[in-house]
Design a protein around this ligand. Structure first.
Ligand code: AP5
Length: 210
């Protein structure tokens, strides 16, 4: 039987969003990306979005309780299964999650700092459908329309070199303790994120379906 309560863990740029889109297409899980939800709140200038924006622009984490309150109902509503992307990111968030959901598997995608910086400076995202591109392999310099929907491609505000470095520091300080946390629970599977995207995807599907 397929594993249906899944967490994607990994540093910024490891490929969580890229893999998530393919996994949900194949397995039909509900994709819950705290980064995407927050960016939507920011673009709609909600109270949460206004509070979150400063943290996000500096590459810091949004306070735990705001995130837990934002995501809890969505997880509880996803009865057929969910794919958490970007949550949990601190031990306080992981403790809260364990009170309202049992996790089948945590996919820990690794990527060294230098590769994170290289990837994120080249990332472009479609405003229309959210498709993720990279100047290094599937986008020519100057190309600014999505091949799927024609939407405008943009660079995220937090994909500036100095912010990327801070995001990686925050990942190391606040999120890496979760590797041990989930390993002790026996649900951790680690994948090499520097492998090609198709290779990572096929490894993930093997883990989730066998
Ligand atoms: P969030 O949006 O979650 O950002 P992130 O975790 O930093 O991850 P990214 O989206 O940058 O990277 P990704 O792993 O999805 O990589 P992608 O697939 O795009 O969070 C943003 C901010 O929101 C946080 O900094 C924080 O402020 C706040 N926030 C969110 N959740 C929070 C929480 N739980 N608590 C508190 N605050 C929270 O790939 C990157 C690039 O690499 C792309 O260009 C892609 O094309 C390319 N690529 C992908 N895979 C490969 C591959 N295998 N080979 C080569 N290139 C690849």
């Amino acid at each position: 039987m397929a594993l249906t309560r899944v967490v994607l863990l990994g540093p910024p740029g490891a490929g969580k969003g890229t893999q998530a889109k393919q996994i949900i297409d194949k397995l039909g899980l509900v994709h819950l990306s705290t980064g995407d939800i927050l960016r939507d709140e920011v673009s709609h200038e909600t109270e949460l979005g206004k509070t979150a924006k400063g943290f996000m622009d500096r590459g810091e984490l949004v306070p735990d309780q705001l995130i837990i309150d934002m995501i809890r109902g969505r997880i509880e509503a996803a009865e057929a299964g969910f794919l958490l992307d970007g949550f949990p990111r601190t031990t306080a968030q992981a403790d809260a999650l364990s009170e309202f959901a049992t996790i089948d598997v945590v996919l820990n995608i690794t990527l060294p700092r230098e590769e994170v910086v290289r990837r994120l400076t080249g990332r472009r995202v479609c405003r229309g459908c959210g498709k993720i591109y990279n100047l290094t392999f599937n986008l020519a310099e100057g190309e600014n329309a999505c091949a799927d929907c024609g939407g405008e491609l943009y660079q995220r505000d937090d994909d500036k070199a100095e912010v990327i470095e801070n995001r990686y520091d925050v990942y190391e300080d606040s999120t890496t303790p979760l590797i041990d946390f989930y390993d002790k629970l026996g649900v951790l599977r680690t994948l090499d994120g520097s492998a090609g995207s198709e290779c990572v995807f096929s490894e993930i599907i093997d883990i989730l379906t066998t």
